[in-house]
Design a protein around this ligand. Structure first.
Ligand SMILES: Nc1ncnc2c1ncn2[C@@H]1O[C@H](COP(=O)(O)OP(=O)(O)OP(=O)(O)O)[C@@H](O)[C@H]1O
Ligand SMILES: [Mg+2]
Length: 320
């Protein structure tokens, strides 16, 4: 792994301890959007934050970027408190927000060129345009781009400064399938170059393809964490065997599917129509994780306390 200077392989790029963010609710009371969240992301790691709508992913990412002030806990990104970070910190991170900023009348190459001048070692504009698949659109006004092209530009703006840590909040929303594959290649290239990448997505195949580790959050808390093929533990990954025989359709959950298949097929001597062994996908595991929290119910809303923030805008001037 080829890490930027100042980062050790296996060192921590991001640490979050007991992070709390409260929003005051219009109807009274407080919503704990982030509720004592614990997170450690290693330098050079690609980490996917998953969770249902309203789980607190964007709020967490915005706090890590320094756009939103936490109400409690401790956050360090590249050893720095992002809310109090000096301008030099901004040059070390790249940001793709969930909500794109105002498009304006700038042309694609102008937007990238003017942002590039804010960084000490920017990537060449032409290289970034090619990497996100916007070749041919250099001179287009941003307001004329399609939704997916606009999102590609957001990604380009996020990587132009050669960031050490890249935050991507639902980066591929609106991408066509080919654009998503191209984006995956780009992220793999950045990851193998040592960039630490924090990504949120509702596409579980994207998390599976890209992430070294996944964290699932719900109601502002981390409820599971692990590699894509291990998260949730073996109990949520027990295969099921389905088959049909003369007595009808059968389905059995077993940790030893090969032994069961051998038994029901008479050691392989009997063909079984519709025989299949189904291993739970990441989506199955995720839905079980989320479901188990939903059954327990969300934490109750509390009375608005002094730390609660009413509906608040995040910091302006995000990309320099
Ligand atoms: N500026 C704000 N003011 C008040 N409440 C907010 C604000 N931003 C977010 N919230 C609330 O905080 C909770 C967490 O929102 P957040 O945007 O972090 O969720 P998310 O996990 O990113 O969801 P999604 O997958 O839909 O993007 C939600 O209930 C949301 O309504
Ligand atoms: Mg969000």
């Amino acid at each position: 792994m080829n890490l930027p200077s100042g980062q050790r392989p296996g060192g921590d790029a991001i640490t979050v301890r007991n992070l709390v963010k409260n929003y005051r609710q219009p109807a009274g009371g407080t919503l704990a959007a982030v509720d004592r969240l614990q997170l450690t992301i290693r330098a050079g790691e690609t980490y996917a934050l998953l969770g249902p709508n309203g789980a607190g992913k964007s709020t967490t990412i915005e706090i890590l970027e320094g756009h939103r002030r936490p109400d409690g806990g401790e956050v360090r990104v590249l050893g720095t408190n992002p809310w109090k970070a000096p301008p030099a910190f901004r040059a070390r991170i790249g940001i793709v927000l969930q909500e794109a900023s105002d498009a304006g009348e700038l042309r694609v190459h102008e937007a990238l060129g003017s942002l590039a001048r804010c960084f000490p070692e920017p990537r060449p504009v032409a290289e970034v345009i090619a990497a996100v698949g916007l070749g041919g659109k250099e001179a287009a006004r941003i307001s004329t781009l399609s939704g997916g092209q606009r999102r590609r530009l957001d990604v380009a703006l996020g990587i132009i400064g050669r960031p050490e840590v890249l935050f991507l909040d639902e980066p591929t929303t609106g991408f066509d399938p080919a654009a998503r594959r191209q984006f995956w290649d780009l992220i793999r290239t950045l990851g193998s170059g040592g960039t630490t990448i924090v990504l949120t997505t509702h596409y579980l195949d994207e998390a599976e393809q890209l992430a070294d580790r996944i964290g699932v959050i719900n109601h502002g808390r981390l409820i599971a964490e692990g590699a894509p093929d291990q998260i949730g533990g073996s109990a949520l990954r027990i295969p099921r065997v389905r088959w049909r025989d003369s007595s009808g359709f059968h389905e059995q959950i077993t940790e030893h599917p090969a032994a069961l298949v051998s038994e029901i097929s008479g050691g392989g001597s009997r063909e079984l129509p519709e025989l299949s062994v189904i291993r739970p996908s990441l989506e199955d595991v995720y839905l079980q994780l989320i479901g188990s929290v939903e059954e327990a119910g969300p934490p109750p809303a509390e009375a608005a306390g002094p730390g609660a923030t009413a509906a608040e805008p995040s910091r302006e001037g995000v990309r320099s």
